[in-house]
Structure formats: structure tokens, C-alpha cells
Design a protein. Structure first.
Length: 251
């Protein structure tokens, strides 16, 4: 399998997977043109689209791609039915594409119906988990996003987190401000600054790495809770997550 990231819009990535025959899976096409350029340049044959949620920067290219490639199958949660989804998926569904099984994980928080797709080692998680951070809570709650993170955190260390935006630098800048003495975060922050100065993509990232540098996967740590301004241990595990998300929103 060949994993490719296609830059789109301001800071989106559209992910594709290709088999040896050139059959192509497209994930969250926020616009069609960059996908079409890549497809034609490589002689690919699109067979399916995966949608994680309904926001326009993830579904904006669906209509044109389906018009260009009749018969293209579009998988997505219920909230994407009016955005071009032809097959509605939900928690626990498994779909076969390119001879691989993709498991659907319900990951609400960013939106109420957001899903992620996992086929080892690939995790296409849309706007749920980013490298060093998490998605904004536009429709869901911090508790929902926390629970979604717990689900994703059950996946293997070698899982490749293929998220949909280049937010790593801003996320690590925030993490470094919260935990300025954490050697792993600080080292990663310096590396990401170097990469982004050269306009190099920082994704995908391994889940094992995220467990070290992503504050939203470390909310159980007392040092982080204190750094977030929580003087007593939270009554609920998701409360630290909520405090961090609020701080990031105002950072």
C-alpha cells in the first residue's frame, strides 16, 4: 500500500491509499482539483471515498469527484448523507476496500457524528486527534472528545495517525507553554519548528509518539493537571481534558 498526502485549501491534507494496481482510496476530499491532478499524474483509479464528518473542508470535493468517476462509493456517517455519502457507516462497521478491512470508530466531539477509520497501521481520524492536539469542540462536548481519545488510544503503538490538518506547530507551541520543562515536548517542538520552516509535512505521526507529546493523551498525569491550574485531582477524568481544550482555544 502507498500512503499519500495531498495538500488542499489552507492547511488541509487529503489522504489517499493505493494498491499495486493503482486502485485508489480517497479520504476527506475538501476540494477536488488537487486530487484530480494527483490521480491523472499517476494514472490512479479511484474506487472509494471515506468521509469522517460533514464540514465543507472535508466534503467539498465529493460532488465533482463522483461526477468525474461514476460509480465511486462514498462512505460516511449519517451527518454526511446530504454531502454525497452513498453508504452510511456507524460504530463497529467494517468495510472492505482495496482488499483491506477498515473498521469504523465513532469519535464524536468535533461534530456529533464524527467517525474515524482504522486499518492497521492506518488511522484516518479527520479532526479528532491531531499531532500534539485535538479538534475543536464545535458540536460535541469535552467529555465526548475525551471518550473518543480513549478509544483511539487503545490502538497499537505503531498506528499511523493520519489527521486532516497541519496543526502540529501550533499544538506543540501550546504544549511547550503548558509543560516548558518536559524534555520530550521541547525536543519535538524544536524539530517541528525546523520542519515547518522548510514547509515539510509533519504527518503522519505514530500513536506511540503522540502518547509522549500530546497533552490530551496525558490528562491523567498529576504534573499536567497542576500545570493546567487544577489544584485538586478532578472528580472526572475528562475534566482535565476540558480545561486544556479551553486553554488551547484562548492560547
Amino acid at each position: 500500500m502507498n500512503l499519500t498526502s495531498i495538500p488542499a485549501l489552507q492547511d488541509n491534507y487529503i489522504w489517499t491509499l493505493n494498491d499495486e494496481q493503482g486502485n485508489c482510496l480517497i479520504v476527506d476530499p475538501g476540494e477536488a482539483q488537487p486530487v484530480l491532478e494527483k490521480v491523472y499524474a499517476n494514472g490512479w483509479h479511484p474506487v472509494a471515498i471515506l468521509l469522517t464528518h460533514h464540514h465543507s473542508d472535508h466534503v467539498g470535493g465529493v460532488k465533482k469527484l463522483c461526477e468525474t468517476f461514476p460509480g465511486l462509493v462514498v462512505y460516511g456517517p449519517q451527518e454526511t448523507q446530504d454531502k454525497g455519502a452513498t453508504h452510511i457507516v456507524s460504530e463497529g462497521d467494517c468495510i472492505d476496500i482495496l482488499g483491506r478491512e477498515f473498521c469504523v470508530i465513532f469519535t464524536p466531539g468535533h461534530t456529533l457524528g464524527h467517525v474515524s477509520y482504522y486499518s492497521s497501521p492506518y488511522l484516518f481520524c479527520g479532526d479528532t486527534m491531531f499531532s500534539g492536539g485535538c479538534g475543536r469542540l464545535f458540536e460535541g462536548t469535552a467529555e465526548q472528545m475525551y471518550e473518543s481519545f480513549q478509544k483511539l488510544n487503545e490502538l497499537p503503538d505503531e498506528t499511523l495517525v493520519c489527521c486532516a490538518h497541519e496543526y502540529t506547530l501550533s499544538n506543540l507551541k501550546f504544549a511547550a507553554a503548558v509543560l516548558p520543562h518536559d524534555p520530550q515536548i521541547m525536543a519535538c517542538y524544536q524539530q517541528i519548528k525546523y520542519l515547518r520552516a522548510k514547509n515539510v509535512i509533519t504527518l503522519p505521526t505514530k500513536l506511540a509518539h503522540e502518547r509522549q507529546i500530546n497533552l490530551f493523551l496525558r490528562t491523567q498525569e498529576p504534573d499536567l493537571q497542576r500545570a493546567a491550574g487544577m489544584n485538586i485531582p478532578p472528580a472526572h477524568a475528562w475534566e482535565t481534558f476540558a480545561v486544556l481544550r479551553d486553554k488551547k482555544d484562548r492560547f
